[in-house]
Design a protein around this ligand. Structure first.
Ligand code: ADP
Ligand code: MG
Length: 377
């Protein structure tokens, strides 16, 4: 496939341009149609720019955001007569951020309001999904910086207190990234909440201190090589920030979860046959599938809220360790609903379109159909 692409590189580059120009006039897609109606769960796409290295290797962009706000994927193929051709598939999510958008743009659009929600005693969760190299860590790190700066402002003014912890979900084990990778366990308390047992929580005084703690944790995470099989590709990293209001003690505790998910390709890993590795692969697979099921079940419940039949919605969080840890985000008994933002990260290279298509399919499945009639109050 790679060789075939390079043999016909100029054809593909020109043809994509032609098709993008054609698509400008041919279709109208309103990509924001559903986002306003499902405020609690939004699913966005971020297409990163090609790296200097990829440009040097003559890669071209095979995933583009078109003028109507859809993500178009171009897959090289060969016609029966042997001539090269392209398949185009379009995906419409709540929003598609093209390569020219930076993290601050996404923050201003989508994350700012999640921070405000947490400040008011709510819960927010940001998840980055995608294959290794698609920009998950870049996005989560950049977002953490902006979220922390905002939340620490409130702390500075004595409004609230901020506690944070960072840990990793690897297979079905939890490791503390603030405490030399000590093992952590989770226990369900009598109120049905999942408690992390043995986790080290820190209480940074300034945003500089907070960010340097995050950096140290990140170093611990990426001690192995940076190939597709390194630890950071095969584990989920979670940063949990708790915000305790000091001015009004009756305000519930706010919580922000920032989740850098395992590389989505890891769940399809069949090259490593050691028993331990296969168990880990199964757990990654299960966790990403269950995550999707939980987000969907939660979003469906929120649309049908007030409907007697929906009261006992089944949210299958017990199926994987990751979703057990994130249980409170799906819990329909929570006082305040969790606002969830999923950012599906895309490596734009035409040589990675198969993975990108899987990522967009996953993202699409997170979206639930919105009923035409308004739900009963
Ligand atoms: P992942 O965590 O999904 O494996 P990374 O966040 O490590 O991917 O990103 C892979 C590479 O692409 C890194 O070199 C990173 O700096 C770069 N990168 C990712 N997203 C962007 C972006 N939006 N703009 C510029 N460079 C990016
Ligand atoms: Mg990463």
């Amino acid at each position: 496939m790679d060789a075939y692409f390079f043999e016909n590189r100029d054809f593909f580059a020109n043809r994509i341009q032609e098709l993008e120009v054609l698509s400008k006039s041919s279709r109208t897609v309103d990509s924001s149609a559903t986002s306003a109606e499902v405020p609690d769960t939004a699913v966005c796409v971020r297409i990163r720019p090609l790296t200097e290295e990829e440009i040097g290797w003559d890669h071209i962009q095979g995933v583009l955001r078109d003028v109507h706000g859809a993500a178009n994927i171009y897959e090289p193929r060969r016609m029966i007569n042997g001539k090269p051709d392209l398949n185009r598939t379009s995906f419409t999510l709540d929003h598609v951020y093209g390569p020219s958008k930076n993290t601050k743009d996404i923050y201003d659009d989508r994350v700012q309001e999640l921070v405000k929600w947490v400040g008011g005693g709510g819960m927010s969760m940001l998840l980055a999904y995608g294959q290794t190299g698609s920009g998950k860590t870049f996005t989560v790190s950049g977002m953490e910086k902006l979220v922390v700066e905002k939340l620490m402002e409130g702390k500075l003014f004595g409004k609230w207190d901020v506690h944070m912890c960072i840990f990793e979900v690897a297979g079905s084990n939890l490791f503390d990234l603030l405490n030399e990778r000590n093992a952590i366990s989770i226990l369900e308390d009598p109120f049905g909440a999942m408690q992390l047992v043995g986790v080290l929580e820190k209480n940074p005084a300034t945003s500089e201190e907070f960010l340097s703690i995050i950096d140290t944790a990140k170093e611990l995470r990426s001690t192995e090589s940076t190939t597709k099989n390194d630890r950071s590709s095969r584990s989920h990293a979670i940063c949990r920030i708790r915000v305790i209001n000091k001015e009004s003690p009756n305000t519930p505790e706010g919580c922000f979860l920032l989740v850098d998910l395992a590389g989505s390709e890891a769940s399809a890993d069949t090259q490593h046959h050691s028993r331990e590795r296969m168990a880990e692969t199964r757990e990654i697979n299960k966790s990403l599938t269950t995550l999707k099921d939980c987000i969907r079940a939660r979003a469906l419940w929120s649309i049908g809220r007030g409907d007697a039949n929906q009261k006992h919605v089944h949210i299958p969080f017990r199926t994987s360790k990751l979703t057990q840890v994130l249980k409170s985000a799906f819990d329909v008994n929570n006082v305040q609903t969790c606002k969830t933002l999923v950012i599906a990260c895309i490596n734009p290279s035409i040589l990675d379109v198969a993975h990108s298509k899987n990522t967009l399919r996953y993202a699409e499945m997170l979206k639930v159909p919105v009923p035409k009639v308004k739900p009963r109050p």
